[in-house]
Every structure is written in C-alpha cells, then in structure tokens.
Write a protein that binds this ligand. Structure first.
Ligand SMILES: C[S@@+](CC[C@H](N)C(=O)[O-])C[C@H]1O[C@@H](n2cnc3c(N)ncnc32)[C@H](O)[C@@H]1O
Length: 249
C-alpha cells in the first residue's frame, strides 16, 4: 500500500471500501452501462470494441499522447480517469527511473480492472479518488493527462476537475487533453455519430459547441502550446502549460 485514501500500489488492491469516495450521481445515472457495473467493465474492455467506438482512432490518439511527451515521462504524471484499452500500460512503459505514474478513478472496479494489465514492477500507483477533490499536494505533478474524460462530465464537474488539475500541476507543467471536438462541416459520418453520442453521453455536446479553454479558471494563467485535430476535426488533443514556461523560452 503506497498511500492512504483508497490508493493502491500494483499489484496490491485496497479492500477498505470505507476509503472510497462516493460514486457521483452523474456517473451512476448516465454511465452505469459503461463503467460502473462489473459486467459492463467485462463487456467494454476490449481493444477492438473501444477502437470501434472511437471510429478506428484509438491507436492514433494514444500515439499522439505518447509522442507529445516524446515517449519519456520523468517526474510525476497524473492520469485522471482510467480508460479502457492499453493507454495506461503504454504510459507506464514511458515512465523514467525517477518517475511515477499516478492513476485516479472514482470507481474502484475500474482500478481493479486496470491493475492486472500493469507489470508487477510498473512505476504506477492507483488511487480511488474523485477528480473534483484530488487528495494530492499542490504543485506536485509535472504533467496531467485526460484521455476522453471531460466530455463525460457535467460542466460544473468539468470546471472543478480542471481547477484541481491546475492546483496539483507544478509551475511550467503540462496538461494534455484528448477529447471530442466539433467535426468539420463536410464530415458527415462524424456529424451523424455525434447525434448517437449525444444520446449516450448527455454532456458530450459541450465539446463540439465550446472550447476547452472556456472551462479553465479565468485566472488559470495557462497557454495552449499544442493543438491537433484528427479525423476531420472530430478529435482534439490540446496541451496547456503555464505562462511562466513560455515566457522563459
Ligand atoms: C477517462 S474516461 C475514459 C472513457 C473512454 N471511453 C475510454 O475508456 O477510453 C472514463 C473513466 O473516468 C472515470 N470518471 C468519471 N468521472 C470521474 C470523476 N469525477 N473522478 C474520477 N474518475 C471519474 C470513470 O469511472 C471511467 O472509468
């Protein structure tokens, strides 16, 4: 056991459920079929299925995250929210000797599903934690990664999640966000797919009607240093860093 507050080290798993945060109502109500029920986890955690849901873009999105950090993760990295597929084991492979990857999820069932995918000696810690109330010190992470989380959160939760990510990020650290975006005008297949997603994920339309920067605190003091669009604009990868870094360059 590496930490208090529902944290687990690989391969030990915390069984003291009193330490777990409550499951947020929006997760229970909207995503029971995707994340909460153990049968859902069993059903969805198939690489080909997740790739299908992402219209064949899983590998490409994953590679863009890894390329963004030059496949090297020194210091501390925080992944907010488990994701199906192999992104966490791939991030774990990039962790340097002096580094650590912390992964949080509000659902212990997701962390239990992730743990066996990681090698015994992986420099990874798993924590059952809510993204809106991170039990980490201020400025303790070098980078924070969100892989397709923000579109699943209601706007108030999303704003609080981003505020917490900024709080735990050291000055000059980076926040990388992979998520949906507004598809180009002539990208008809993705435009159709958005209407399906809107039914399954009630808060997702914010991502194609707004800008991620709108949900950052007004005094965030960050700038976007990398912005990529994929698949006719349907996916975006954004990297923000604090102004202090860009000023030094
Ligand atoms: C990061 S997203 C990834 C979704 C994507 N479809 C995938 O698997 O590649 C989903 C995860 O975020 C978690 N999650 C949702 N709300 C959260 C919150 N407030 N705090 C921490 N984790 C949360 C869910 O439990 C779920 O495991």
């Amino acid at each position: 056991m590496e930490n208090s507050f529902g944290s687990t080290s690989v391969p030990d798993l915390d069984t003291d459920t009193s330490l777990y945060p409550p499951i947020p109502a929006y997760v229970e109500d909207n995503y029971w079929w995707a994340y909460v029920h153990p049968h859902a986890v069993y059903f969805w955690d198939r690489q080909w299925l997740i790739n299908l849901v992402l219209l064949g873009n899983y590998k490409r999105l994953c590679a863009a995250v890894l390329d963004g950090c030059r496949r090297s993760l020194p210091g501390r990295t925080l992944q907010v929210g488990c994701a199906y597929g192999n992104i966490t084991p791939r991030l774990a492979q990039c962790v340097e000797q002096n580094g650590m990857l912390d992964v949080i999820d509000v659902l212990q069932v997701q962390l239990d599903n992730l743990a066996p995918k990681l090698p015994q000696d992986a420099r990874v810690k798993l924590h059952c934690m809510d993204s809106t109330a991170l039990n980490f010190d201020d400025a303790c992470f070098d980078r924070v990664v969100f892989f397709l989380l923000l579109h699943e959160q209601p706007v108030t939760v999303r704003k609080q999640t981003l505020a917490e990510a900024l709080r735990v990020l050291r000055p000059g650290g980076t926040i990388t966000i992979v998520d949906y975006a507004r598809p180009n005008r002539f990208n008809l297949p993705c435009r159709l797919w958005t209407s399906v997603l809107e039914k399954l994920k009630p808060f997702a339309s914010d991502l194609w009607n707004g800008e991620v920067a709108d949900w950052l605190p007004t005094d965030a003091g960050v700038v976007c240093v990398r912005r990529l669009r994929f698949f006719g604009g349907f996916f975006q990868i954004l990297t923000f860093t604090s102004d202090s870094v860009t000023e030094k360059r």
